[in-house]
Design a protein around this ligand. Structure first.
Ligand SMILES: C[S@@+](CC[C@H](N)C(=O)[O-])C[C@H]1O[C@@H](n2cnc3c(N)ncnc32)[C@H](O)[C@@H]1O
Length: 247
């Protein structure tokens, strides 16, 4: 058993490497809980069809194939996925059977679902609320994905962007962070997308009313030596390489 798993299983979660990083995000913790509460076993069973099959193509206008390509381009064999859902993208895109995979999520159902699907990699699992310090006792990763997570988190992108600081604490110097998120500002939203986003925001499933492309770019430019954003429909696909270290 890996040391990090032993430490996690006995509930000791203090990692010296994490001490320098983020404090608890200044967000409404009730809202943070709502953003993950919807992922029951029943919802997870239909997630791939409803979100990745139907909604991505027909509502958000960002076909899942585009996000798969992002994973294929940036996934390493030493990878941490944050906000795991059903584990679809790692299942489809991780090709190296020797890959080290870490999974972080606040929702036990999602962690169970994804770790079962990815059992062939014997993943490390961490039940964590990302609006709080992660305090993972583990070696760093070469790549980290945070896909479709930001739009579930409360606060504006300036606050959500603090998650990059945390992620950088677990990323090797030439590592890459990548993912996609659905925006409300600075992009064109068809009527169906506006309506569904409004509904999800009212239910607390999404908190992305103020999320803008400009804020995401500014959050990334201060934290990565190089970064890229690409808007496809209502989604922005992003990657940042080489975390800028605070001295
Ligand atoms: C929309 S799903 C995305 C799933 C997957 N990344 C994908 O792209 O298909 C959001 C995931 O983030 C998790 N999540 C939401 N809020 C969270 C939080 N505050 N801390 C940790 N995980 C959270 C949910 O439990 C869920 O698994």
């Amino acid at each position: 058993m890996q040391l990090s798993k032993v430490i996690d299983s006995i509930g000791l979660t203090i990692s010296p490497s994490a001490w320098n990083y983020r404090k608890k995000m200044d967000v409404d913790q009730e809202a943070a809980k709502k953003g993950q509460a919807v992922y029951s076993p029943r919802v997870l069973k239909i997630y791939d069809k409803w979100v990745l099959g139907f909604s991505n193509s027909l509502i958000w206008r960002c076909p899942t194939t585009k996000i798969r390509q992002l994973f294929t381009d940036h996934l390493s064999s030493n990878h941490l996925d944050i906000g795991v859902g059903t584990g679809y993208f790692l299942d489809k895109c991780a090709t190296d059977p020797e890959s080290r995979i870490g999974l972080v999520d606040m929702n036990e159902n999602a962690l169970k679902y994804a770790s079962k699907r990815l059992a062939r990699f014997n993943p490390e699992t961490y039940k964590r609320n990302v609006t709080e310090p992660l305090l993972l006792a583990c070696d760093n990763y070469d790549s980290v994905s945070i896909n479709y997570l930001f739009h579930c988190l409360p606060g504006d992108i300036e606050i959500k962007g603090e998650l990059f600081d945390e992620v950088n604490g677990y990323l090797n110097d030439d590592g890459v962070v990548f993912g996609a998120t659905l925006l409300s500002q600075d992009i064109e939203r068809p009527a169906a997308a506006r309506m569904l986003m409004k509904y999800y925001n009212e239910k607390g499933i999404f908190s992305n009313e103020f999320d803008s492309l400009g804020d995401l770019m500014s959050a990334m430019s201060t934290r990565y030596r190089t970064f890229n954003v690409e808007v496809i429909g209502c989604a922005v696909l992003f990657w940042g390489k080489g975390p800028k270290r605070k001295v």
